[in-house]
Ligand binder design. Structure first.
Ligand SMILES: [Zn+2]
Ligand SMILES: [Zn+2]
Length: 138
C-alpha cells in the first residue's frame, strides 16, 4: 500500500500514517451523520502510534454515544473538517475520517454499522457484514 497522508480542507492539520487500518467501517448512525455533515461516515481504525501529526493541533469535542461511551471528535478549528475520532472505551485506537485522506482510492469498508438508520439514498453493499446497530460483540 502507498503511504497514507491526509489533512483538513485548509491544510492547517496534516498527518501521515504507517501501515494499514485494522478495520474500516461505514457508520450510518445519527451522530456520524451530524458530525460529518454527510449521509454516513467511513472510518478507518488505526493504533494511535501509527498516526503521526505533521502539523496543526486538532480541536476536540466530546459527546456521549447511545452506548454511553464518551466519543471524541477531532477537527480543524479553522475550516471545520473532521479528521480523527476516538472512543473512551477503546484506548490507543483512533479512527481517521475517509474524507481527510489525500488519496483514498484504496479504502474498502468491511462493514456497515447502524444500517437501520441509513438513508434511503445510501448504498449498502450486501456482500460485506452489515449490522442494524453495533455488532453484538462490541
Ligand atoms: Zn483546516
Ligand atoms: Zn456512527
Amino acid at each position: 500500500m502507498t503511504k497514507i497522508t491526509g489533512g483538513c480542507l485548509c491544510g492547517a492539520i496534516r498527518y501521515k500514517i504507517d501501515g494499514e487500518p485494522f478495520r474500516t467501517a461505514n457508520c450510518h448512525c445519527d451522530d456520524c451523520r451530524k458530525a460529518t455533515g454527510s449521509a454516513y461516515a467511513t472510518n478507518l481504525f488505526f493504533k494511535e502510534e501509527q498516526i503521526k501529526i505533521l502539523q496543526g493541533t486538532p480541536k476536540k469535542f466530546e459527546h456521549l454515544a447511545d452506548s454511553h461511551n464518551t466519543m471524541i471528535k477531532e477537527f480543524c478549528s479553522d475550516c471545520g473538517s473532521q479528521v480523527f475520532g476516538s472512543g473512551a472505551n477503546r484506548p490507543g485506537v483512533k479512527n481517521i475520517k475517509v474524507g481527510s485522506i489525500d488519496d483514498a482510492r484504496f479504502v474498502k469498508p468491511q462493514v456497515n454499522l447502524y444500517t437501520a438508520h441509513a438513508l434511503s439514498c445510501s448504498y449498502i453493499d450486501d456482500k460485506i457484514d452489515n449490522f442494524q446497530g453495533m455488532p453484538p460483540s462490541t
